[in-house]
Design a protein around this ligand. Structure first.
Ligand code: HAM
Length: 424
């Protein structure tokens, strides 16, 4: 009996992997233009890192982490997100000593034990960017613009940027207290989880998706009315910069995000095409978190794009420029040796060259060439070879012609490259 994969853990099959490579390449290009450098971090961290950064009473930490005790008795967790790990690395390696401004990105898998459904997996992948040591609201707008730009560079349209401010350590505590008292009057209408959250972490009630909780929130205090003058000025400046960069947005005062570390700006980029799991990207500012994790008192702002959701939003692969493929078909013993030499030479020159080593008939080799989408077939036969000649076939037009090469393989290779639009 075959052993199946684990629920919520998805294989990325070759066709989809091509799309992922394209996404990653475009994202890396955009990061370069915005001055972001790559950092690669482990997928396992001490459990405590996530509890302290994401928050003990968030759904992620309470219910969704893959946590286990390893053979040395230490509690470890498969990272549920990248921000905490990136900050841990930033602090541990004293990157701030070289430059307190660090613009970093990472791409890789995250793990959350959520209920799998369309666009929601237990192993999923993020493209994650963090800008550290920059306080200006222009940075908040710049990161949102960068996320939107990655999507538009990939041809994704119909997305909406929603922003909000969650206030800071001066103004949020009062809102939290008032919200807690308000929720106290609505206890009976809340789901069991929210009855608990109303006491432990009242802001989390705001993103509960249960219908009766949404109804119970009718008439709740509005966070925007609690923002202190500095937070209001910050939000207005973010808006001004978004207008400057020509990025449309809406303010969603109910958006609180599922992680506790945010201060002031938060945002989500959503698409109706994704259904219930509508956020393709999300992020925000987290001033205070680096200090909380034992580092210097530096601000931070970042976001993550969900690869699986982004992949769903990208159209057909046909739109993604694919490299041309050459198929070298051989008939006869000498021809097979020659075909192998030519294919090898072309591969070293950067052309995808496919070859059949199994001695199949020409008909079957041509069928194979069609199946893999070759644009050009080079037919090498023993008889022709004796006359220093090979045949080329354009698969699209079915045009076929003889090429004489006077024993000069290099000239032949250059000629093939030219036919394929490559300089070899
Ligand atoms: P998040 O909102 O938890 O934020 O996740 C960001 C994005 O990751 C989501 O918008 C979604 O596209 C994708 N995502 C999250 N969970 C899943 C899942 N179970 N299956 C598939 N995709 C998923 C964060 O992770 C923050 N660390 C973002 C951030 C960076 N904030 C500041 N810096």
């Amino acid at each position: 009996m075959p052993i199946p994969g684990i629920r919520g853990f998805k294989d990325i099959l070759p066709e989809e992997a091509k799309r992922w490579q394209h996404i990653e390449k475009m994202a890396r290009d955009v990061f370069r233009c915005f001055g972001f450098n790559e950092i690669r971090i482990p997928i396992l961290e001490k459990t405590e890192l996530f509890a302290r950064s994401i928050g003990e009473t968030t759904d992620i930490v309470e219910k969704e982490m893959y946590t286990f005790v390893d053979r040395s008795g230490e509690s470890l967790t498969l990272r549920p997100e990248a921000t905490a790990s990136m900050l841990r690395a930033f602090i541990e390696h004293g990157l701030y000593a070289q430059d307190k401004i660090q613009k970093l990105y990472t791409i890789g898998p995250m793990f959350r034990h959520e209920r799998p459904q369309k666009g929601r997996y237990r192993q999923f992948h993020q493209i994650n960017a963090e800008a550290i040591g920059l306080d200006s609201p222009a940075i908040d707008a710049e990161l949102m613009t960068m996320a939107m730009h990655i999507l538009s560079a990939l041809g994704v349209s119909g997305v909406e940027l929603q922003i909000n401010s969650l206030g800071c350590s001066h103004c949020r505590p009062q809102f939290r207290r008032d919200l807690q008292s308000f929720l106290g009057t609505r206890q009976a209408g809340l789901c069991p989880d929210c009855q608990r959250r109303a006491v432990s972490n009242p802001l989390r009630v705001l993103d509960c998706k249960v219908e009766r909780c949404r109804a119970a929130l009718e008439g709740m205090p509005s966070l925007s009315e609690y923002l202190c003058p500095d937070c209001k000025t910050h939000l207005h400046a973010v808006e001004e910069h978004l207008r400057l960069f020509g990025v449309p947005y809406t303010i969603n005062p109910l958006m609180v995000r599922g992680l506790d570390y945010y201060t002031r700006t938060t945002f989500e980029i959503t698409s109706l095409a994704l259904g219930a799991q509508s956020a393709v990207a999300a992020g925000g500012r987290y001033d205070g978190l680096i200090k909380e994790l034992g580092g210097p008192d530096l601000s931070g702002m970042g976001f993550a794009i969900g690869m699986e959701r982004l992949s769903l939003l990208i159209g057909d692969l046909q739109k993604i420029g694919e490299e041309p493929i050459l198929f070298v078909a051989a008939m006869g013993e000498n021809a097979s040796v020659m075909a192998a030499r030519i294919a090898h030479r072309l591969r070293l020159a950067g052309i995808q060259a496919e070859i059949d080593y199994e001695g199949h008939s020409l008909k079957s080799q041509m069928r194979r060439a069609g199946k893999i989408g070759a644009s050009l077939v080079l037919i090498v036969g023993d008889d022709e070879l004796a006359r220093n000649s090979v045949t080329m076939r354009d698969m699209k037009s079915s045009r076929q012609w003889a090429v004489d090469f006077n024993d000069d393989i290099e000239a032949l290779v250059r000629r093939i490259g030219k036919e394929m639009g490559r300089v070899v």
